[in-house]
Design a protein around this ligand. Sequence first.
Ligand code: AMP
Ligand code: MG
Length: 481
Amino acid sequence: MGWKLENTYTRLPDNFYTKTKPTQVTAPQLIIYNEELAESLGLDGTTLQTDTGIAVLAGNELPEGSIPIAQAYAGNQFGNFTMLGDGRAVLIGEQITPSGERFDIQLKGAGRTSYSRGGDGRAALGPMLREYIISEAMLALEIPTTRSLAVVTTGEEIFRETKLPGAVLTRVASSHLRVGTFQFAHIFSEEEDLRALADYTIQRHFSYLAQHENPYQELLKEVIRRQAYLIAKWQLVGFIHGVMNTDNMTISGETIDYGPCAFMNTFDPETVFSSIDTGARYKYGNQPPIAHWNLTRFAESLLPLLDKEEEKAIKLAENALDTFPKIYTTYWLDGMRAKLGLFNEESGDQKLITDLLQAMIKYKADYTDTFIALTTKKLDGAVLFHSEEFLEWRKQWSERLKRQEVDEGHIYAKMKENNPALIPRNHLVETALDAAVENNDFTVMKDLLDALAHPFAYTEKQKEYAEVPVPKTFYQTFCGT
Ligand code: AMP
Ligand code: MG
């Protein structure tokens, strides 16, 4: 099958994980399978789709070399610190790819673990397909993310508000190290264990920092930079994660844990989708400051390693954290300039951008469609485009474009590369999931996945998905566990 597993995580201190076998399921069935990802992992697609292969994806059999574990971590959930850990996921090992890269292979929904608390350790088909669709769409949108190799149904029902088909998602990640893993090591472990975790992390993700005078300070700076980049990417496409708890923030800078996430339609920084986010803590406009808050928790966890003297350690942490807003804004501005076809920088750019965003808020413009319209020069339809504010803005933008002395062809090519023609809008995802879960019809989802794989292509086929829902119904996403 091509499995080439290592288990370096099990060399960390014992309390960082619990050896846990996936729970057997009765009748696994392969629902969807990611051929391209399998190939890049060095897995043989044909055998992976046979009964023996599916048994592995369902957790009924372990591939050679696997030492299955559940990882320990803690986290701030909506602000409150608590002990967590993989309550329904089992890491079966780290696959070494033909090109020598290392990826965690994790079965999500694989049964109870010692960290399950009251949970059943299981996952439902709908939410696992949702994670599959959105994570693969994020990848195509050039946003760092964990990936999805396959979804199998278990042949068993699980009980939520209603009975639902049970499923297991095979998640692929450059690692599952989280801010919460460091919080766990800091609070529940000894300093030498925290150091072991930091050294492991540096070796696994940031080996170029190992020789540095203070590698832990560099680790902090690098995680801050990667998260600033990631969150800027989210904001630029209008992605709302929904549960930005510290246990759902990776050290690698990949998006992880697609629960009640969704893409914004009408532009409004107040947008919140998740039914459990009653205080709007994780609304669109809060994502950058929340990332900063989470990174502060990460820095606190690293304090003992930053310097032997606490005061000095705090100073180092503060200095690093203070750079977050600027790094974030720089990435975001660069991204916005690209969306508007700007090749160089001018001091008035931020104002030009916020003027457009303000007008979008005022006239309730669709975020993605506004940029598509600017890209394709079809400025009719939306109320925004007939407003005084927009007409004035457009004049400013035209003058700005002229000043950079780049020909029009290049400007619009750049805009096309940076403004997706298609995003996984909620109603598209829901329609695909309904067909799959209610009617066993997986063609809707597969068609959608094909279209989402090339968001910058501007094809005729994508126009079929272009309709924006009238914002009449209040859309809510559920944690979907
Ligand atoms: P999440 O909100 O998905 O990030 O999960 C938060 C915590 O709850 C993690 O420790 C999960 O492993 C755990 N959890 C979520 N769903 C279940 C479940 N059905 N059974 C056991 N643990 C779960
Ligand atoms: Mg989580």
